[in-house]
Design a binder for this molecule. Structure first.
Ligand code: NAD
Length: 477
């Protein structure tokens, strides 16, 4: 895999920019057809894609499949919704009847995407799909650990009919390629750690270009006494251990109301202890490997530190070198306290801390006591759960689901508050951010301003009377 340089990034930008003008001039229907073909291709070629994702990351097959399904879902959603979001829209004009005002959306030009390794298939292309539909070119920098997955994702786009030069991939070291990438694009989409997000935000700020950043989390799940406990246990398994816990929206803190705590925790720990681990290219394993020594070291350090300071291990708690060099057991800890590193820091691994709470008030207070605000989950009756959800400071909250309900509602915005991010993906904002809004106002009759011959004081008095009148007309509100 080439280790690209700043010159390579500049060349990639030159090529993508040259292709972008022609792409933007095509009718939206043509761009949409490419994405609908892509949807089908991704599903048809899934065996090949899933093998590459698994070999490169060590994740289990169903976690790889979730990525693939996400790409198909995003391609279909934006293929159909792009026209609705992008079409020129009439806005209320300055003067009723006399000013015809239309909001247009033009492509920014070139969009940079910096993607992480944890969902390397979907995060390589899902944010690019709306940008492409809006008429932009793309330069993607995938994580150095997962370039092959990114390349197959983009190759399938070419097969679906995307012009080759329009989507460039530069492989190499993030710290070396970030600055040159930002130097030559009009917008940057970043997914990764909060630490890198801050560096990128500074660089985009200096260039005065827009960016959005989907960053880390320390996501809470609340199980209330009126929840269906069996369903909550199953939901927690998926929410904590999908992708071996290396999921930005996965659950690392579980707050369970007193009345169901013992029942929930006993069932949860037993289910976690029975999970099947493995790295085979089949559908057998409930959880796969971690991706890297670095991840294994963080997980081991967090658990060992917590145990040394008095946390109890209810399930898991050990690396599993017998299964592969980077396996770690799905782990449930109880009695986690403030002095333990994992109380507040993101582990980004298969580790969850369970805590007993007296009531919903305490659960919400503790859930919000974090620097992050990405995702949350509440288990309760639908009505009570939805009410509690709005009191949680997180960009997405799932009721009676861990993460997939909100994430896969692609028509609705997804992203983080506090240290978890800036901007949103998905929905209207997820495509309009790749455009420049332009207001075109056509004035009929005379121009707006003082009437020739009328003293300025009289003009101001007439305007004052008109403004007062207009305020009272309901159809102009
Ligand atoms: P990271 O920030 O180190 O790396 C992410 C990407 O940024 C990689 O492509 C990397 O090469 C690049 N990069 C690193 N340093 C850079 C720099 N100085 N300039 C430009 N690019 C640079 O993240 P990581 O630790 O490898 O990934 C895991 C993190 O990503 C976790 O914190 C997780 O929560 C977060 N994440 C968030 C989401 C989300 O949607 N919110 C999704 C996946 C992962």
């Amino acid at each position: 895999m080439p280790v690209c340089t700043a010159e390579d990034v500049a060349e990639a930008q030159r090529r993508a920019r040259a292709a972008q003008a022609e792409w933007a001039a095509r009718p939206l229907a043509e761009r949409r057809a490419v994405m609908l073909r892509y949807h089908d291709l991704v599903l048809e070629r899934q065996d090949q894609v899933l093998d590459i994702v698994q070999v490169e990351t060590g994740k289990n097959r169903v976690s790889a499949f979730e990525e693939l399904a996400d790409v198909a879902l995003t391609a279909r959603y934006y293929a159909h919704a792009a026209a609705r979001h992008l079409r020129p829209a009439r806005r209320r004009g300055a003067l009723p009847l006399l000013t015809r005002t239309v909001e247009h959306h033009h492509p920014k030009g070139l969009v940079g995407v910096i993607a992480p390794w944890n969902y390397p298939f979907t995060l390589a292309v899902s944010d690019a799909i709306p940008a492409l539909l809006a008429g932009n070119g793309i330069v993607l920098k995938p994580d150095a650990q997962t370039p092959f997955t990114a390349l197959i994702a983009v190759e399938l786009l070419f097969e679906a009919g995307l012009p080759r030069d329009l989507f460039q991939v530069v492989t190499g070291v993030g710290a070396d390629l970030g600055a040159p990438l930002i130097e030559g694009v009009e917008y940057l989409m970043f997914t990764g750690s909060t630490a890198t997000g801050r560096i990128i935000a500074e660089q985009c700020g200096r260039r005065l270009i827009g960016f959005s950043a989907e960053l880390g989390g320390k996501n809470p799940m609340i199980v209330l006494a009126d929840a269906d406990v069996d369903k909550a246990v199953e939901g927690a398994i998926r929410a904590c251990f999908s992708n071996s816990g290396q999921l930005c929206i996965s659950i690392e803190r579980l707050y369970v109301e007193d009345g169901v705590y013992d029942r929930f925790v006993a069932a949860f720990a037993a289910r976690v202890g029975a999970m099947r681990l493995g790295a085979g290219l089949d559908w057998e394993a409930d959880m796969g490997s971690l991706i890297s020594r670095k991840q294994l070291d963080v997980v081991t350090r967090h658990v060992d530190d917590a145990v040394a300071k008095g946390a109890r291990v209810l399930a898991g708690g050990k690396p599993r070198p017998d299964l592969g060099p980077l396996f770690y057991e799905p782990t449930v800890l109880e009695g986690v306290t403030e002095e333990m590193e994992l109380a507040r820091a993101e582990t980004f691994g298969p580790v969850v801390a369970v805590t007993r709470v007296a009531d919903a008030e305490e659960a919400v207070r503790r859930a919000n006591d974090t620097a992050y605000g990405l995702n949350a989950s509440v288990w309760s009756t639908p009505r009570h759960g939805a009410e509690v959800a709005t009191r949680i400071q997180a960009g997405t909250v799932n009721v009676n689901e861990g993460y997939a309900a909100a994430w896969a509602s692609i028509d609705a915005p997804m992203g983080g508050i506090k240290d978890s991010g800036v901007g949103r993906r998905h929905g209207r904002e997820g495509i309009l951010k790749y455009t420049e809004a332009q207001t075109v106002a056509v004035q009929r009759g005379r121009a707006i301003g003082p009437v020739p011959g009328l003293p300025l004081e009289k003009y101001a008095a007439t305007m004052t009377a008109s403004l007062k009148l207009v305020k009272r007309l309901p159809f102009l509100r």
